[in-house]
Design a protein around this ligand. Structure first.
Ligand code: PLP
Length: 422
């Protein structure tokens, strides 16, 4: 397997030149120069109304962005991909487009993950008298109550003959854990069939997943899938996949009623897609493919995963060693280092010598040169439901890395943590 050339990679990101250590990548990644170049090029040279007779070039450029998002999703067709300003907004649009296909008594299964793929279904349930059920993560460690995981055995009993939709996350932006999507969706569909569910769909949040691993909506057999481009080295927008059958049979258009939408993604995309940002996104796949000689997304993501294990290891080892455990450090999620964990690590410091998460982040800010964050990161209910209860005003500390972070950077982060926890 190819090994990433980190120097070459870092040279693709202008903001990394300062040497500042960006360790809040789950909040937003750096933007690749190639993305910036395309946005500037679009605005400088081709900015005009899409579909205007005089704008054939810019319409074509926007299609380039759609092609790249389709490739990232592994969608069957470009007609299954739309854009919006954020994943939160796209999930809201999807739920509104689905509204007429929801009957009173239908059931939605949601999680305690980021509210983007929960709130829209809760609001839709309230509007349509549907029922919401929760797939809750469970503690898996006798020593650490915050070490929780989502397990299929708690998910499947939630499925009934009325289950209409499961809204799940490929990866947690807090726990750092990846669920086996293919296996989970297969088991869900099987159970829904056994229960006699008339129509069952899956909405997948890939926001915390997409910069780390290859998405594959076909293999996963999901109906809806969303990721934020600004967390995958692009600018601030998001992309949604909607299976063409769902576009045809589940969705009612939410755009101006006089527009002919023809079961195209425009059906759930009121307003334009954010043209220059969509064109900017078209640089992401070429960037990712350039990481390995194979010129292939799967190979690049394999190499990314290898490197990310390498940078995760010193951080997770430090935070989970016996000394830190005795000190009161408790990570969220599991301490195992394997490919089902991305390098996003959250922790709290509890006990007699507890330290507030804000004070830990404050110590990093005071020192300067490294950005980390604390809070609940919109996974409010995940953190609020942990026991013993955590202070929601303080939240958890999150350190989140991606493939452009280096082992040396992680060593510097660990050095600061060592000082703060001394
Ligand atoms: C897992 C997850 N889902 C959804 C979102 C929302 O994404 P956006 O900011 O594009 O609305 C985030 C943002 O942090 C996230 O981490």
């Amino acid at each position: 397997m190819a090994v990433l050339d980190i120097n070459q990679i870092r040279a693709c990101f202008p903001s990394l030149k300062s040497g500042h250590i960006y360790a809040d990548n789950a909040g937003g990644s750096r933007t690749a120069q190639a993305v910036i170049d395309r946005i500037v090029d679009y605005l400088t040279n081709t900015n005009a109304q899409l579909e205007a007779g005089y704008s054939a070039v810019n319409s074509q450029l926007v299609v380039e962005g759609t092609k790249v998002a389709a490739e990232l999703f592994n969608a069957v067709s470009l007609d299954e991909v739309g854009f919006g300003s954020s994943s939160t907004m796209l999930f809201e649009n999807l739920s509104r487009a689905l509204e007429n296909d929801i009957q009173p008594g239908d059931e939605f299964i949601i999680t305690y993950e980021h509210e983007a793929n929960n709130g829209p279904w809760k609001r839709l349930a309230a509007r349509r008298n549907a029922v919401v059920k929760y797939w809750q993560p469970q503690p898996v460690s006798a020593e650490n109550p915050y070490s929780v995981v989502y397990r299929i055995e708690e998910l499947l009993p939630l499925v009934s003959s009325r289950t209409r939709l499961a809204a799940i996350n490929a990866c947690s932006n807090i726990l750092g854990s990846v669920i086996p999507v293919e296996e989970t969706v297969k088991a869900l569909r099987q159970r829904a069939k056994e229960q006699g569910a008339a129509k069952f769909e899956v909405a997948l949040d890939c926001v915390a997943y997409a910069s780390h691993k290859r998405m594959d909506v076909q293999k996963w057999d999901v109906d809806y899938c969303v990721f934020s481009v600004y967390k995958v080295f692009g600018a601030h927008n998001a992309a949604a996949y909607v299976r063409s059958a769902a576009l045809r049979t589940s969705f009612t258009s939410i755009v101006h009623d006089f527009l002919k939408v023809d079961d195209k993604p425009y059906k759930f995309q009121p307003g334009g897609p954010g043209n220059e940002l969509v064109y900017g996104a078209s640089a992401i796949v070429p960037y990712l493919k350039s990481l390995t000689p194979e010129d292939d997304l799967a190979a690049s993501f394999d190499a990314i995963a290898e490197h990310e294990q390498e940078i995760l290891t010193p951080l997770l080892r430090f935070l989970t060693d016996a000394k830190q455990f005795d000190r009161g450090v408790r990570i969220l999620g599991t301490g195992e280092i394997d490919f089902s964990r991305i390098p996003t690590v959250c922790f709290v410091v509890v006990g007699q010598n507890a330290i507030k998460s804000k004070d830990i982040v404050g110590a990093f800010s005071k020192k300067g040169g490294i950005s980390i964050q604390c809070g609940y990161f919109c996974a409010y209910y995940l953190i609020d439901n942990l026991r013993p209860k955590l202070d929601m005003n303080d939240g958890v500390v999150r350190i989140s890395l991606v493939h452009y972070n280096t082992v040396e950077e992680v060593e510097k982060i660990v050095d600061v943590l060592r000082e703060v926890l001394a």
